[in-house]
Design a protein around this ligand. Sequence first.
Ligand code: AP5
Length: 241
Amino acid sequence: MAEVISRNIGPIILLGPPGAGKGTQAKRIAERYGIPQVSTGDILRENVQRGTELGMQARSIMARGDLVPDYLVCDMVALRLRNADCKRGFILDGFPRTPAQAGWLDAFLEHEFFDNAPRSKCLPIVIRIDVDYNKLLRRITGRRSCPVCGRIYNVYSQPPRVADRCDVDGSSLVTREDDREEVIRDRLAAYELQTKPVAEYYARKGRLVSVDGDLPVNEVTEQIFRVIEGQRGVTAGTTDG
Ligand code: AP5
């Protein structure tokens, strides 16, 4: 059973600290509305793995938990958002992460997405997933993911059916290189210093909505769907196949 809708959803931005559940929720939004998840962390990791020039520049920065320079990330996002699959909408997971990236995104959307669509449909829906700071470390150290399909697990809260194996394709689950405790502290520090002001940027524009990310995954998803459907005036229909 695939869930689809045909109307434009526009941009959706997920904010929140490392381990808040952005990737987990982005996948569910993508499935419900048939729009792509654009995760800057995933694209950067893919570049590191492939050994591209961008990957070589990003590798050591990511390994120590710092942010990759704005100009590199913005160029990468521009390239991705120009793909045809983003025309009905997309979910930004991990971007924008600095006020400069947020300003860049506003300008980009203004020039490239407002041409043929009503403006109200293209202003981003900005959702911040709030989680108690003390839970983040356990969530991140317990995270495992499938290197093939990208599904995210947690050894404490969302374990796979068979230990260390993906439920979907049976691949061996992996732990991210930057999910080591000493790096996590630096990632959280980068969030406090550089990314928290992004929420303030959107709050000033009256666009920020917060959801309670301490709740179980399904309940967080329900809150997010309510926000999206409330703001866009759409509901997801279902269809077989
Ligand atoms: P990125 O990959 O974006 O990582 P992050 O922001 O640190 O976020 P995470 O992926 O760690 O967490 P998440 O919120 O997606 O949580 P998840 O759903 O996995 O960035 C990595 C690096 O890339 C950065 O440090 C930086 O160097 C670079 N980078 C990326 N974007 C950049 C940018 N724009 N500018 C500059 N540099 C950039 O969930 C976590 C765990 O919790 C999972 O195990 C999950 O199963 C579990 N979980 C989820 N929800 C719940 C729940 N409700 N209850 C219980 N458990 C839950």
